[in-house]
Design a binder for this molecule. Structure first.
Ligand code: TYM
Length: 339
């Protein structure tokens, strides 16, 4: 078993990242590293250059994201924590996989369609081939389990298709090179939605900061954002079916449930018939209680640039070692002579 996942260092860690992915990273690290499985968690800084960006911000966001992950419970002694840019094998394997990936596959990716929008001619080539790099990230380490939110499911399917086609085209039937990875998506928090629009996912690219709870938000900001969150005038229903057609109510109940580790039905049993005037303060306080210890650790850690760089350096050394055998076999499978 080998656990692999990544996050783009393009801004703050928000509640969607935390509940959808990072909390599972920590759980899997704690459970499986004790049993000898390797957990590799990385900052997808190479992915971050697929959109217009500021180089200075990317560098500081990369270090800040390390601090955020460690504050959430990623332990650099249990997991291999690194950034792609320090492990050139990611970019190398991407190129090798570009020969196998098909234009049609990439053209169907919803992230490509959403982010390129109507201006495909003006979008970067990196945005188009983004899922091939993501596949390389996982296949390079023979990743078996990939903890992600629901929005990454399609990219994971592409990684499996790529692995399968490469194995079929270039490997003997009894010695496939790549392992087919499984996405691990938490059912209770697969898709955390924006606080301003229950039909759009919570995202760091939303221009309104009121749409998301950031790990860096203080208690006042959290209470304020929850208070201002969009809702409807109805009280909370008795059953989950009663949330149908009420995306904002559904989202807030879902967040509450994910934070306390209960099913939404159990939350409704407690708040049935109550209005948002009562539910929102309870949700705000819950978020403050659960997030503030992480936020406090984060504020301390982010100041220690030397320690953060040391974590990345150690992680990169380990990742390079683990990546080397698969990369060599991929070159060989393709008939590339390397002396
Ligand atoms: P990124 O940086 O957008 O998000 C990091 C993780 O957070 C999850 N996530 C959410 N989950 C639930 N609700 C939300 N609103 C929400 N927003 C984000 C994402 O699903 C993700 O798991 N392409 C990836 C990074 C990546 C990667 C990889 C992931 C690069 N290579 C290899 C896994 C394996 C991305 O941009 O995630």
């Amino acid at each position: 078993m080998r656990i692999v996942s990544g996050i783009q260092p393009t801004g703050n860690l928000h509640l969607g990242n935390y509940l959808g992915a990072i909390r599972n990273w920590v759980r899997m690290q704690d459970e499986y590293s004790a049993k000898g499985a390797e957990c590799l968690y990385f900052l997808a800084d190479l992915h971050a250059i697929s959109m217009p960006h500021s180089p200075a911000e990317l560098a500081s966001n990369t270090r800040e994201m390390v601090a955020a992950l460690v504050s959430c419970g990623i332990d650099p002694d249990k997991s291999i924590l690194f950034n792609q840019a320090q492990v050139p094998a990611h970019a190398e394997l991407q190129w090798l996989l570009n020969g196998t990936a098909r234009m049609g596959w990439l053209n169907r990716m919803t992230q490509w369609k959403d982010k390129a929008g109507k201006n495909r001619e003006g979008a970067s080539v990196a945005l188009f081939t983004y899922p091939v790099l993501q596949a390389a990230d996982i296949l390079l380490y023979q990743g078996t389990h990939v903890p992600v939110g629901d929005d990454q499911k399609q990219h994971l399917e592409l990684a499996r298709d790529l692995a399968q086609k490469f194995n079929n085209d270039f490997c003997p039937e009894d010695a496939p090179l790549f392992t087919l990875p499984e996405p691990i998506i938490p059912p209770e928090a697969a898709r955390i939605m924006s606080l301003r629009d229950g039909t759009a996912k919570m995202s760091k690219s939303d221009p309104s900061d009121m749409s998301r709870i950031n790990l860096t938000d203080d208690a006042d900001a959290i209470m304020q954002k929850v208070k201002k969150a969009k809702t409807d005038p109805e009280p909370l229903p008795a059953t989950v079916e009663g949330l149908a057609g009420r995306p904002e109510a559904n989202n807030l109940v879902g967040i509450y449930a994910a934070m306390v580790g209960l099913a939404p039905a159990a939350v409704l049993a407690e708040f049935e018939g109550k209005g948002f005037g009562q539910f929102k303060p309870a949700l705000g306080e819950l978020l403050v209680e659960k997030l503030s210890p992480m936020a406090a650790r984060y504020r301390e850690l982010r100041e220690d640039r030397e320690a953060l760089d040391a974590i990345l350096c150690k992680g990169a050394l380990n990742a390079r070692d683990l990546a080397a055998p698969t990369l060599t076999r991929a070159y060989e499978a393709l008939g590339l002579v390397r002396g």
